[in-house]
Design a protein around this ligand. Structure first.
Ligand code: 13P
Ligand code: ZN
Ligand code: NA
Length: 283
């Protein structure tokens, strides 16, 4: 069965490694990151955004992820990424998601606390993990768009107060990363990660994982980040591999053929992230 990600992430935080959380949009992408986790013996978090739930259906996603978890020797959680909609969160918990993100980062602190607490109380009873965001991660994820000048770093004291008030088991503090591929290097505030990690014991989540250089990923993990979200990079390698097939063979019409290199590309990209995160052999 799928497991809740709370315990997985707590172990990761205490042992100083990170768990890759991959946004998947098709069965092949899901299978590719599961293959990567199995081959490296890594714990795994499968994620879908609200857009993907609307595209595929929460029940299909739960069924596919559950099948992966039942066949697999590694622990797998299924997480709903960046959800702003209370009803959608309840829908996904009912369908069998084992982790949900309530993203109320666009609201004032008190409203973020209230919305998060409401979800934490429901999820706790269901044994489901909850992730919340403080500050505002820049970039584009689904239909959440945060311009560079609107991005906002999390305040470490607020993070501590937020955990006390909500009891949320995992926290994504904005520390300078952004969704999508960076123009140049990301501008990560490492000192801020240290300050947040000093004040809160819960596992911290690094958003905007695509495009962060290896050395910086490792530094984030060593400072207390325990989960890294990866969306754009695996979407790009998946799509590029399919484009390549059609560039060479425009008449190809068999998904069982043109999906093969795409799957391989996602698997390799995911394994590379698992290596950076230090999750190899931790399943
Ligand atoms: P990237 O698209 O930069 O990998 O960000 C992923 C993310 O944070 C999903 O929540
Ligand atoms: Zn994100
Ligand atoms: Na990114």
């Amino acid at each position: 069965p799928l497991v809740s990600s709370t315990a997985l992430l707590q172990v990761a935080r205490s042992q100083g490694y990170g768990i890759g959380a991959f946004n998947v949009h098709t069965l092949e992408m899901l299978q590719a990151v599961v293959d990567a986790a199995e081959e490296t013996n890594s714990p795994l978090i499968l994620q879908s955004t609200v857009g993907t739930v609307k595209h595929l259906g929460a029940d299909y996603l739960v069924a596919a992820a559950t099948t992966a978890a039942n066949r697999s020797g590694v622990p797998i959680a299924l997480h709903l990424d960046h959800c702003t909609d209370f009803d959608m969160i309840i829908h996904c918990i009912r369908a069998g998601y084992t982790s949900v993100m309530i993203d109320a980062s666009m609201f004032a602190f008190e409203e973020n606390v209230a919305q998060t607490k409401r979800i934490v109380d429901i999820a706790r009873a269901a044994g489901v993990n909850v992730e919340a965001e403080l500050g505002k991660v820049g970039g584009v994820e689904d239909d959440i768009v945060v311009a560079e000048h609107e991005a906002l770093l999390a305040d470490p004291e607020e993070c501590a107060r937020f955990i006390e008030l909500t009891g949320v088991p995992t926290l994504a503090p904005a520390i300078g990363t952004a969704h999508g591929i960076y123009k140049g290097d990301p501008n990560i505030d490492f000192e801020r990660i240290r300050q947040v990690a000093d004040r809160v014991a819960v596992p911290l989540v690094l958003h905007g994982g695509s495009g962060i250089p290896e050395e910086q990923v490792k530094r984030c993990i060593s400072l207390g980040m325990s989960k890294m979200n990866i969306a754009t990079e695996i979407r790009i390698v998946f799509s590029d591999a399919i484009k390549q097939v059609f560039a060479h063979n425009p008449d190809e019409n068999d998904p069982r053929k043109y999906m093969v290199p795409a799957k391989k590309a996602v698997k390799e990209a995911a394994m590379e992230k698992m290596r950076m995160l230090g999750s190899i052999g931790k399943a």
